[in-house]
Ligand binder design. Sequence first.
Ligand SMILES: *Cc1c(COP(=O)(O)O)cnc(C)c1O
Ligand SMILES: [Zn+2]
Length: 410
Amino acid sequence: MPANLGNATALVCRECGHSVELGPFYACEQCFGPLEVAYDLSKVTREAIEAGPHNIWRYKDLLPVPPNVADIPNTEPGFTRLVKADQLASALGLQNLWVKDDSGNPTHSFKDRVVGVALAAARELGFKVLACPSTGNLANAVAAAAARAGIRSAVFVPSDLEQQKIITTAVYDGTFVTVDGNYDDVNRLASELAGEQEDWAFVNVNVRPFYAEGSKTLGYEIAEQLGWRLPDQIVVPIASGSQITKIDKAFQELIKLGLVEDRPYKVYGAQAEGCSPVSAAFKAGHDVVRPVKPATIAKSLAIGNPADGPYVLDVARRTGGAIEDVTDAEVVEGIRLLARTEGIFAETAGGVTVGVLKKLIDTGQLDPSLETVIINSGEGLKTLDAVADVAKPSANIAPTLEAFRATGLV
Ligand SMILES: *Cc1c(COP(=O)(O)O)cnc(C)c1O
Ligand SMILES: [Zn+2]
């Protein structure tokens, strides 16, 4: 029986346009370019979307998943809050700012979206095990989603990962291996394994075309939550570059379907200085991204050889956006600023995005009068060490009024 993946029709090469049937393929047989899901979207309507559940499956008609996907046990990610961030806006001199807070997902990062779609497609394609190489958040999401689906998971991470992300993966009790190497080493190992283990779906390797489509739901939700319109500009963190390119794909689809007004928007990318290969290529005017060895506290973004790097450059340049990077000190400052102004505790990736937003304004690259959305892609409880030295109680006292008055905090 052919796979039933809803309105998805084929896999098409992003480089040469060669098309193959839907299946467990991820590289073009003609040119080795990455494959991308193509659709027949003629039947998608706003009414059908709005009648759907309050999770990513309301957009199932725009995803490579079976029509009954919402009825199969899953972690139900998505439809996270879009927060009007007036106090952060005024701290930064912006007029109109929103935070899309994806720390509200089931395992507290945006990765639950991509894993949800990858798992639904992988089951339909006959895979038995859900696997991944990960910088941390993907490990959480894969282990939890497989547990909920009642299948085996196999997760590989660098051994120097944050302790919080180790524990929050191990608790789901799948196969979980720490590897003495950086993410790019772990990724290479996973690619080798994917070639051997035929019924293992490595979500971001051999089912990557399906996985990547999950990030489109961030773009759909932002447009729907704004009342079916696009923001003027958006700032998105970059690891492999999948999320940022798929938000752009989502906006393009919504325009093409007439679900939002066709008007220009700018896409900005955010990296940490200690792992900024895409930002460096953007600033140098290059079309190719030269790999780097990551050294930053923003470990969830620490991919030195980002698979979608060149496509990120295309998106930023085509839309008139930019790509910037910030130091680890600015990442910590970004975390604190978002917490202090909006009551949102972001992980280091969120600190990168807030820090880059500030830098883009300070350097005149982003117009502060335009409506702006930033992505908070993960939860601060997973990267506590980043702020452990600076987030401290105001005082420690004996349980008496005198002791409290003596602190001068009254
Ligand atoms: C994975 C991740 C990203 C971005 O991932 P891409 O590979 O660029 O899609 C952003 N933020 C967090 C917290 C992540 O875990
Ligand atoms: Zn090709």
